[in-house]
Design a protein around this ligand. Structure first.
Ligand SMILES: [Zn+2]
Length: 282
């Protein structure tokens, strides 16, 4: 199934595909096990930092081999790329979709960069995601203080760039929320009516279940989930190694992996892929 078909099915059924970042073999296997147990598809994301850590070829080979071995339908996505050179390398390496993040730049620069990436990606059937409005990065100020996505600008942006996916700023933020977020669902609905691009929610860690479900019902078809994976994994790992002098790596990691699997299963259920009996669009 092409990623575009899956996203189209989600849009028709009011469901979403969960997009989880992985950082090493342990987090990769943990999220794939969640998908297998829930009966869900999955987008596996790598940030530029993860690609520096693992190496591009290694990351791709790991993701493809593990999904195949586990019998899970998974697509590979480049998350928050800042330069077109990395985008080009990922397209050549077989990524299914790529995100160019120029959301900190002015509108015209954002348009120009997104357009360049669409020109690179489209001939290869690779989907392009861009961000409009600004979703605060880890450790930055709170979402309310930043520009949210305007439906009018979103319409112009998608028309001028031809991007397939649009990451929206509707009160969401990366990292941990200092206080409970309040997603602007009215704004999301207006954006959905203005554009035909698939809408993406970044910063899903810490968003309460009811708001997550509302966002998916109202047009979000890809939900990016990362911070809580790292947090859960590390909290569990710290506990497992404190007071242990084991050198068996294969015994140290499994409790952290199991915790991540349980966490991700819950988030997949909020996305509703398995409940909506999504089938590939004809
Ligand atoms: Zn993000």
């Amino acid at each position: 199934m092409h990623l575009k078909e899956a996203l189209e099915s989600c849009r028709q059924h009011g469901a979403a595909v969960l997009a989880t970042n992985f950082y090493n073999a342990e987090t990769l296997l943990a999220v794939l096990r969640a998908a297998r147990e829930v009966g869900s598809v999955l987008i596996l994301q790598t940030s530029p930092a993860t690609l520096s850590y693992l190496g591009l070829e290694t990351a791709v080979a790991m993701a493809r081999a593990a999904s195949r071995e586990m019998g899970v339908t998974a697509w590979l996505h480049l998350d928050h790329a800042r330069d077109t050179d990395l985008v080009r390398r990922c397209i050549e390496a077989g990524y299914d979709s790529v995100m160019i993040d120029a959301s900190e730049k002015d509108f015209d620069t954002n348009v120009r960069l997104a357009r360049d990436v669409v020109a690179l990606a489209r001939p290869r059937g690779v989907l392009v995601e861009a961000e409009l409005g600004y979703v605060p990065k880890l450790g930055e100020r709170e979402a309310e203080e930043f520009d949210m996505t305007s439906p009018e600008q979103a319409k112009r942006f998608v028309q001028e760039t031809g991007v397939d996916l649009l990451a929206v700023a509707i009160g969401n933020a990366h990292g941990f929320y200092k206080r409970q977020p309040r997603l602007d669902i009215g704004r999301l609905k207006a954006i959905r009516e203005s554009v035909d691009a698939f809408l993406v929610l970044h910063g899903a860690s810490g968003i309460p279940d009811d708001q997550w479900i509302e966002a998916v019902r109202n047009g979000i078809v890809k939900v990016n989930f990362a911070t809580e994976i790292k947090d859960t994994f590390m909290a569990c790992l710290r506990e497992a190694i404190s007071g242990s002098d084991s050198i068996d790596i294969r015994q140290v990691f499994p409790p952290a992996m199991q915790a991540v699997t349980a966490l991700v299963k819950g988030k997949m259920q909020l996305c509703g892929w398995q409940d909506s009996r999504v089938t590939p669009a004809k």
